[in-house]
Ligand binder design. Structure first.
Ligand SMILES: [Zn+2]
Ligand SMILES: [Zn+2]
Length: 593
């Protein structure tokens, strides 16, 4: 629960209490764990005597609606640890929490929801009491009984640790109005249709192999083509901004990460390797430390600054199996990574250049609307970050100024910084209105300190420099997932693995079709001929594959030396000369719109 929950968050958390009350009535003896508000709803973790399934959810939901009208306000009471232990003597998870609160010196509070009338038959005289720090609606009648629903159950370890018992988590959605709830459910339904895992298979873009392992996607020729198109495009934008490509190995000695701080910060997420000679290596979880060593190969004069290095390369993170999901959460992540090594005075100009690339790539090309977030460190948790408070203040001040000079409104999020520096994060809204964190620009004054990076300034002195981390797509896997869902698989022309399908009506038209196919290919258009089955079948297949254009070639077209064009987005375009069509398609390829 955040410090100042809004009404909707309070409603969601109050519903978690209601869910627990309903569960206890239906399944007496169930042990309760915790029940917070989350994005779009709430959950509660329980230990059931007998396992339940999704089929039990309607019954529980009905019980919640039955109890709700009987609840009055949420009454807070501060209790001593012994009293709390007495109250929750049969609830092992609550007892565990009470121990924790007592040890940390936190106040222990309970909240009671008591019946307002005696009409409620089952619990007319008893209140529902939960151990809770607060964050509820004032009165239970503020909760709209038609704007929530239980959605699913899932397993969840107590305190998130595999060493603890597995509990049953019941999830629910809750909104202000029934209308909002229905909109959300509709959006999810649409999202399911667009699920990149489903479309990735249908469009033959990527696969997973049990032999290779979970979280390690394999890209097919079509999927690889798309990745390369995206990466080449980012590189073309970077090249114009003065970046240079560098190449680095996927392994490193432990020493590099001890110096960078990754060894401690990444901890169990690192894939570690011991060589036959007993040396400890790791698969790289990030590229920055490697790039620092390229910069450090020689002393750079201020005249050579900035140095801008980019590598599209994989990083590896040992994500827990339960956290893996399609391309959005994988163990081998391809980053289109870049680092700018520059003087502090050059930060503004360099960030401006990266920002232009982000605008060009996301807003103009992909049609995402972008929001800007300043992700700063949490001053209350200095241990979570590298570097002094002063360094953070300077870096965050600089980013705040750059954003305000740009005239862009940005939200500030404390605790969202990288461990080595604050970030400007770009949040994209896709065609379903969902939020994705996409590009990020990070200002890092800590790694240059740790690796002693400097340039020789005008006075011949060593001057400490700063680093900018500037991935545009971030993870190409996650970005592919976003794109597939954003476009529902109907990619824009420039990004479509197959751009044009050529369909001869019958065998006698295949020679002419071959001629057209060659012309398309010579013009750099990715085209394929589809022959053999009935024309109707082939047209249906082309539509399922979401190919942007198909050309039907029969007697009439052969005679007139034309092609009959149909567009995926605009329908029938009629007959035209292949030369005219090629010109239009080349423009679409170049414009990338
Ligand atoms: Zn509560
Ligand atoms: Zn980096």
């Amino acid at each position: 629960m955040s410090k100042n929950p809004d009404t909707l968050e309070k409603t969601r958390h109050s519903l978690a209490h209601l869910l627990a009350a309903a569960v206890l009535e239906l399944y007496p003896g169930t042990k309760r764990a915790i029940g917070p508000a989350i994005e779009n709803g709430f959950y509660y973790d329980f230990e059931f005597g007998k396992p339940i399934s999704d089929a039990d959810l309607p019954k529980i939901e009905e019980k919640m609606r039955e109890i709700l009208p009987s609840w009055g306000s949420f009454e807070r009471e501060e209790v001593s640890a012994p009293k709390a232990r007495e109250l929750f003597k049969n609830e092992p998870y609550k007892l565990d929490l009470i121990d924790e609160f007592e040890n940390s010196g936190e106040k222990i509070t309970t909240y009671s929801s008591c019946p307002t009338s005696t009409s409620y038959k089952l619990q007319a005289t008893s209140c529902f009491v939960d151990l809770c720090a607060g964050g509820h609606v004032e009165k239970a009648d503020e909760i709209n009984p038609h704007a929530f629903t239980l959605t699913k159950i899932a397993g969840a370890y107590w305190r998130g640790s595999e060493e603890n018992p597995m509990l049953t988590r019941i999830y629910g959605f809750a909104f202000r109005t029934k209308d909002d709830l229905e909109k959300h459910l509709k959006m999810l339904e649409e999202a399911e249709k667009r699920d990149h895992r489903k479309l990735g298979k249908e469009l033959d873009l990527f696969i997973f192999s049990e032999l290779v392992g979970a979280g390690l996607p394999l890209f097919t020729p079509r999927g690889t083509l798309m990745r390369n198109l995206l990466d080449d495009y980012v590189w073309s934008l970077r090249k114009k901004a003065g970046y240079e490509q560098v190449d680095i190995p996927h392994l490193t000695k432990k020493d590099l990460y001890e110096k960078s701080g990754h060894w401690q910060k990444f901890g169990t997420e690192l894939f570690r390797i011991t060589t036959r000679e007993g040396h400890e290596l790791a698969m790289k979880p990030m590229n920055c430390p490697h790039h620092t060593q390229i910069f450090k190969r020689k002393n750079h004069s201020y005249r050579e600054m900035p140095q801008r290095y980019t590598s599209t390369t994989k990083v590896y993170r040992d994500e827990q199996t339960g956290e893996l999901s399609g391309l959005t959460r994988v163990r081998a992540i391809t980053q289109d990574d870049a680092h700018v090594f520059c003087r502090f005075a050059q930060v503004k100009e360099e960030i401006g250049k990266i920002w232009n690339i982000v605008d060009e790539f996301y807003a103009k090309t992909a049609g995402f609307s972008l929001q800007v977030r300043l992700s700063f460190h949490d001053p209350e948790k200095p241990d979570a970050y590298l570097g002094s408070a002063e360094v953070w203040k300077r870096a965050e001040g600089e980013l705040r100024m750059i954003v305000s000079e740009k005239g862009v409104s940005a939200t500030e999020a404390l605790g969202e910084a990288a461990f080595y520096g604050p970030k400007i994060d770009f949040i994209a809204h896709d065609s379903l209105g969902r939020e994705w964190q996409v590009a990020t620009i990070q200002l890092d004054m800590n790694l240059p300190e740790r690796f002693d990076l400097f340039c020789i300034n005008e006075k011949g002195e060593e001057e400490r420099i700063v680093m900018l981390h500037a991935a545009i797509m971030g993870s190409i896997e996650r970005f592919m997932a976003n794109l597939i869902e954003h476009y529902a698989g109907a990619f824009p022309f420039w990004l479509s693995p197959v751009q044009v399908a050529v369909l001869p009506v019958g065998e006698s038209h295949e020679e002419y079709a071959q001629e057209i196919l060659s012309k398309l290919k010579d013009a750099g258009i990715r085209a394929e001929m589809r022959a053999g089955e009935t024309l109707g079948k082939r047209i249906r297949a082309v539509k399922i594959e979401k190919i942007p254009y198909f050309l039907v070639l029969g007697d009439k077209e052969k005679e007139a030396k034309q092609v009959m064009v149909e567009s995926r987005d605009k329908g029938q375009l009629g007959a035209e000369r292949i030369e005219d069509l090629l010109q239009k398609l080349s423009v679409q390829n170049a414009e990338k719109r």
